[in-house]
Design a protein around this ligand. Structure first.
Ligand code: F6P
Length: 359
């Protein structure tokens, strides 16, 4: 008999609730354990009494379809240097460990991206807590897993956005630039760009030259194709290496920007009329795709099994069409960027998509 906690940490995404639902179902239905939902990530454990709610099988059925996270989340405030009043910082990790004990937990399921998982692991090591992890992030950049919860839905949304831009681009003979999320990785831009038929895809992993971009547009114009779809990852810099899309140290101020820069440069260099769309947090909202519901469910069940085996300090991962487990340490030390020699880059090049380099 165990009493386990579950929390979601970092930016939300679609499919988190599917994972919560699966943990509750399997832990209670199969093992007869108790499940405590911790609210607002580690902040909930800092609070006295800890912000938590008992989760039961009754009432969780709608969760498969629900975006976001019923537990709430935050990506603000590293507990080891937590921002306090007066501009000071304080290590509050001991309060989180105390919160875990106050709730009388035997184990904790932490759902997070690479940053959150690194923090959770450090806290677990410090307090000897039993942690298992589930990877989530629309960016799909968690190491040691091919997929993280949320990426598929975000990619679907970005593809649909490109589909919609396609027709208006064609009607007005315009260059349409779509800026998508991804923080430091180009996975969403590359996958949605190929799926949505982009002519040009710019990702942070490949340095680009605007002359190549302009040349691609001119080539299309010469072929009588007057419109062009350009997919740009938010993590792309200006040609001079400046970061245009601002992410403040607290991760707060995000206004988009590199898409606008690229659209302006294209108009100046080619004379084409251009427009930009910054997709932003729309990529994190909405109903989870079937693939994310499936992955969330698979990961939720597997995470409970890890606790049953007492295989702590491990993360569930997706590899070769199977769920496996890997040490959390492995996941957080290997950041997952776009593989420049991988299938998707080869596919993009094979389709004549301009990636901005001199290839
Ligand atoms: O990591 C997920 C993500 O959506 C990134 O793609 C994006 O850069 C960032 O989070 C946005 O963070 P915030 O929610 O703080 O605006």
């Amino acid at each position: 008999q165990k009493r386990i906690g579950i929390l979601t940490s970092g930016g939300d995404c679609a499919g988190l609730n599917a994972a919560i639902r699966a943990v509750v179902h399997h832990a209670i239905g199969t093992y007869g354990w108790e499940v405590i939902g911790i609210q607002e990530a580690t902040h909930g454990l800092m609070h006295r009494p800890p912000k938590s709610t008992r989760l039961d099988i009754e009432g969780i059925d709608q969760l498969l379809l629900q975006g976001g996270t019923i537990l709430g989340t935050t990506n603000k405030g590293n507990p080891f240097a937590f921002p306090m009043a007066g501009g000071t910082f304080q290590d509050r990790s001991a309060e989180i460990i105390a919160g875990y004990h106050e709730l009388k937990l035997d184990a904790l399921v932490g759902i997070g991206g690479d940053g959150s998982l690194a923090i959770l692991r450090r806290i677990a090591n410090q307090g000897n807590l039993n942690l298992v992890a589930i990877p989530k992030t629309i960016d799909n950049d968690v190491g040691a897993t091919e997929l993280s919860i949320g990426f598929d839905t975000a990619t679907n949304i970005a593809t649909e956005a490109l589909d919609r831009l396609h027709f208006t681009a064609a009607s007005h003979s315009r260059v349409m630039v779509l800026e998508v999320m991804g923080r430091d990785a180009g996975h969403i831009a590359l996958s949605a760009g190929i799926a949505g038929g982009a002519d040009i895809i710019l990702i942070p992993e490949i340095p680009y030259n605007l002359d190549n971009v302009a040349e691609k547009i001119r080539q299309r114009q010469a072929q009588g194709k007057k419109f062009c779809l350009v997919m740009v990852s938010e993590a792309v810099r200006t040609e001079l290496g400046d970061q245009v899309t601002q992410i403040s140290q607290q991760g707060e101020d995000r206004y988009g920007g590199i898409g606008k820069y690229i659209a302006e440069q294209i108009a100046t260099r080619t004379g084409a009329e251009s427009r930009v769309t910054v997709l932003g947090h729309i990529q994190r909202g909405g109903i989870p795709s079937p693939a994310d519901r499936l992955l969330g469910t698979v990961f939720g069940v597997a995470a409970v099994n890890l606790i049953a085996e007492e295989k702590y300090d491990h993360m569930v991962a997706w590899k070769n069409r199977e769920v496996v487990s890997v040490p959390i340490a492995e996941a957080i030390k290997t950041y997952r960027n776009v593989d420049l020699h991988g299938t998707l880059i080869k596919t993009a090049r094979g389709m004549g998509i301009c990636l901005g380099d001199d290839y």
